[in-house]
Design a protein around this ligand. Structure first.
Ligand SMILES: [Zn+2]
Length: 620
C-alpha cells in the first residue's frame, strides 16, 4: 500500500503538457529544481515528432492489465464468497469420483489427443477437397467464399469444444494474468532515471537522492577547482518511469557514478571525514589512522595517566575519490595538515573612538567573550593600535584529554523536618544539630587543547558521614498543653526543668535574697529559643525590652487580680504588644538571657493582686 501512495505522490508532480499529463523534467540549479517542458522521448509533444512512444503504450497496457486484474480478482472473490461451501463440497465429491475412476479418467485424457489428431487428419482430408473445390470455383465464384463457408461449418461442428474452452480455459487464463499483473504492480513503482550526457546513471527514488549525491561529490572535489567545474557544468535530466523498486540507487552509489561520469580520474582510497566534512583521502585506512595516532601519541607522552582522544568525530570511508595530489595525500602530508590551522586567529586593531561595545558589535561577539579572550586587556583604557583578539585560531582536530582527579570535600548535612503538635503553629525547634561530613570525591575532568571543558563526579566515598539536622516544626494552631488544677498550663515548650524555685535563696553576691518566681530551663542545656507561651488567656499589659533586671519581658493580666510575668526573653522574640488579647498557649516570645542573668532561662512569676505568689501553686 505504501507504494501506491508513492505512486499517487509522483503522479501529482506530473507537468501537464498540451492538456495531457507528461513527465516532469527537472534541471538542478543553484536556486533549486526547475520544471522544463515535457520530455519528447517519453510522451508525445506538440510538434508531433513522435506521436506514439513505447513508454506510453506500456503505460496503457499496465493500466488495462491492472483494471482486468482487479476485475477478475473481484469476480473470483465474489464467487468464492457466495458459493464457496458448495464449491468445496463439489471439489470433495469430484476428488472421490476421480479417485474411484482414475483409470477411466486417464484413458479419457489420453484419448483426447488421439481424438484431436484424428480430427486434424480428417480436417486435412476435407481441406484438400476444399482446395480442389476452390480451384474449380475460382472462375465462377469467389474462392474466398468457399473457404469461409468451410471454416464456418467446421467451427459450428465443434462449437461444444469452444463452449468448454470458454467456460474453463479463459477464466483460468484471466486468473493467471491477474496474478502476474498484481505481482508486477506491487514490485514496481515510479522512479526517476538520472541521465547525464545521454548516459543513464541509474534510477533513484527522488531528486533529493541526486542532490545528496551531488553535494557529497562536490565535497570530495573541494580540493580541485578544475574537477569541481567539470561536475558543476554537467547538468543531468530526470525521466519519470516505472521500474522494479528493488533496483533503486542510494546517494552514495550515485555519487560514485557522478564522479565517474564527470571525466575525472578516480581511484579507490580511504576518505577522511571530520565531523562529517571531507578533509582529504589517503591510500588506505591504516595510513589515516597512523596520521591521527601521531597526535594522540604526542599528547599521551605529556600525560601518561590521561585518556586521550579527539573532540571531533573522525570517520574513515572507503570508496572512489578523485585521483589528484590535492585530494589524495600521503600520511605525512595529512599529519602536517592536522598540525596546521584550519582558520587563522582574528584580531582587531584599536582605532580612535573604539570601545568594547562597538568592537563586540562589529564582530558579532559578546563583550563577555571579548573579556574572556583578552584577560590582560583593560577595556576601559584601550590605546590606539592595541591588538584585541576576536577569535582564536582553530585546527582541524582538537586533542581531548580526560583525567580523573581525587579530592576531599565537605559533604553538607541535610535538614529533616518533623511536624510537632507539641509546638504552636510556625514555631520551630532544633531537635538535633546538623554537622557536615567529609567525602573523597573522584572527578573526571576533560580538557580540549589544554582548556578544561567538562568536570563530572564519577565516584564519591564518604569518609565522615554528615549528621542530619532534625528540625521540629509546630503544627498546633490552638496550643493548650495540659492544664493544671488552677487552669494554667506550663509556660514554655521544650523546657520543663526548674533551676531555681520561689522563695529565699542564697544570693550570688552576699546573704539571702528573695526569688519572686521560678526559673525554667531545658534539661541538658540549649534552652535558648524555646517557645514561651501564655499560661492562661488574658490581656498583655507589659511587653518591653528592658524592664528593670527582667530584660525582655511580657506581663499578661488574666483578670480576677491574677497576672503572669515572663522575663529574660530573647531579643527580638516578643510576638505580642500591650493591649493585645492572647489565648492560652499563644506564643509570647522565646527563652533568652536578657536582663540580670547568669544563663538562658525563663523567669516566670504569678502575681495575685500585685503580690508575687508561688507559681508552683498554679503550675505544679
Ligand atoms: Zn528568676
Amino acid at each position: 500500500m505504501q507504494r501506491r501512495k508513492t505512486h499517487a505522490k509522483k503522479a501529482d508532480v506530473y507537468a501537464v503538457y498540451d492538456g495531457r499529463e507528461a513527465a516532469r523534467i527537472i534541471e538542478p540549479t543553484e536556486e533549486g529544481a526547475r520544471v522544463l517542458p515535457a520530455c519528447p522521448s517519453l510522451f508525445e509533444n506538440a510538434k508531433g515528432a513522435s506521436a506514439f512512444s513505447p513508454d506510453r503504450l506500456i503505460e496503457y497496457i499496465f493500466r488495462f492489465a491492472a483494471f482486468l486484474g482487479d476485475f477478475t480478482l473481484t469476480a473470483v472473490l465474489f464467487v468464492f464468497h457466495r458459493y464457496g461451501t458448495a464449491l468445496l463440497a463439489l471439489l470433495r465429491r469430484g476428488a472421490a469420483f476421480f479417485g474411484q475412476r482414475f483409470s477411466v479418467v486417464a484413458e479419457t485424457l489420453l484419448a483426447f489427443p488421439y481424438a484431436v489428431a484424428d480430427d486434424a487428419r480428417d480436417l486435412r482430408k476435407k481441406l484438400s477437397a476444399i482446395h480442389l473445390q476452390a480451384k474449380n470455383a475460382s472462375r465462377t465464384v469467389d474462392s474466398r467464399a468457399v473457404y469461409l463457408r468451410f471454416f464456418a461449418q467446421e467451427l459450428k461442428a465443434r462449437r461444444g469444444v469452444w463452449r468448454v474452452l470458454g467456460n474453463t480455459a479463459f477464466p483460468l487464463l484471466a486468473v493467471v494474468f491477474a496474478v502476474v499483473v498484481s505481482v508486477n504492480l506491487f514490485s514496481s513503482g515510479y522512479a526517476l532515471e538520472v541521465r547525464l550526457g545521454g548516459e543513464s546513471l541509474g534510477y533513484i527514488e527522488n531528486e533529493q537522492v541526486f542532490d545528496e549525491a551531488k553535494t557529497h561529490a562536490l565535497s570530495l572535489l573541494r580540493a580541485s577547482e578544475e574537477t569541481e567545474a567539470a561536475l558543476q557544468n554537467s547538468v543531468p535530466t530526470f525521466r519519470l518511469c516505472r521500474v522494479k523498486l528493488t533496483g533503486l540507487q542510494n546517494s552514495a552509489a550515485l555519487c560514485e557514478k557522478l564522479l565517474q561520469s564527470g571525466d575525472i580520474a578516480l581511484t579507490h582510497a580511504c576518505g577522511v571525514f571530520i565531523d562529517g566534512s571531507f578533509l582529504c583521502a589517503v591510500r588506505n585506512e591504516a595510513d589515516a589512522v597512523s596520521a591521527f595516532d601521531r597526535l594522540l601519541t604526542a599528547a599521551q607522552k605529556k600525560d601518561a595517566d590521561a585518556t586521550v582522544g579527539f573532540a571531533e568525530e573522525i570517520s574513515y570511508v572507503d570508496g572512489l575519490y578523485p585521483d589528484n595530489s590535492e585530494t589524495l595525500r600521503d600520511p605525512l602530508s595529512l599529519a602536517q595538515t592536522l598540525k596546521e590551522e584550519k582558520t587563522a586567529a582574528v584580531t582587531h586593531t584599536v582605532k580612535s573612538g573604539d570601545y568594547i561595545f562597538s568592537i563586540a558589535n562589529q564582530y558579532g561577539v559578546s563583550t563577555a567573550q571579548l573579556r574572556a579572550l583578552n584577560p590582560g586587556v583593560d577595556f576601559s583604557h584601550m590605546t590606539v593600535g592595541q591588538k584585541i583578539l576576536i577569535a582564536q585560531a582553530t585546527k582541524y582536530v582538537h586533542v581531548k584529554l580526560m583525567k580523573t582527579k581525587t579530592k576531599t570535600a565537605a559533604q553538607p548535612f541535610d535538614t529533616i523536618k518533623r511536624k510537632s503538635s507539641a509546638l504552636p503553629q510556625g514555631a520551630t525547634q532544633v531537635l538535633q544539630a546538623g554537622k557536615n561530613g567529609k567525602a573523597k570525591v573522584t572527578e573526571l575532568v576533560t580538557y580540549v587543547d589544554g582548556t578544561q571543558t567538562v568536570r563530572s563526579v564519577i565516584r564519591s566515598k564518604t569518609l565522615v558521614a554528615p549528621v542530619n539536622e532534625i528540625l521540629l516544626v509546630g503544627t498546633n494552631e490552638g496550643y493548650g498543653g495540659t492544664q493544671f488544677a488552677s487552669g494554667f498550663i506550663w509556660p514554655t515548650i521544650g523546657a520543663y526543668s526548674l533551676s531555681s524555685r520561689f522563695g529565699y535563696r542564697s544570693a550570688r553576691i552576699s546573704g539571702w535574697s528573695f526569688h519572686g518566681g521560678v526559673d525554667i530551663i531545658k534539661t541538658g542545656g540549649h534552652s535558648t529559643g524555646m517557645p514561651v507561651v501564655a499560661a492562661a488567656a488574658g490581656t498583655v499589659i507589659v511587653a518591653q525590652k528592658g524592664y528593670r533586671g527582667y530584660g525582655h519581658t511580657v506581663v499578661v493580666d488574666h483578670g480576677n487580680g491574677l497576672s503572669t510575668r515572663y522575663a529574660h526573653m530573647q531579643p527580638g522574640s516578643l510576638q505580642v504588644r500591650v493591649g493585645q488579647t492572647v489565648s492560652q498557649g499563644q506564643q509570647l516570645g522565646r527563652i533568652g538571657s536578657t536582663g540580670n542573668v547568669t544563663g538562658p532561662h525563663l523567669h516566670f512569676e504569678v502575681l495575685k493582686n500585685g503580690a508575687k505568689v508561688n507559681p508552683l501553686n498554679y503550675i505544679g
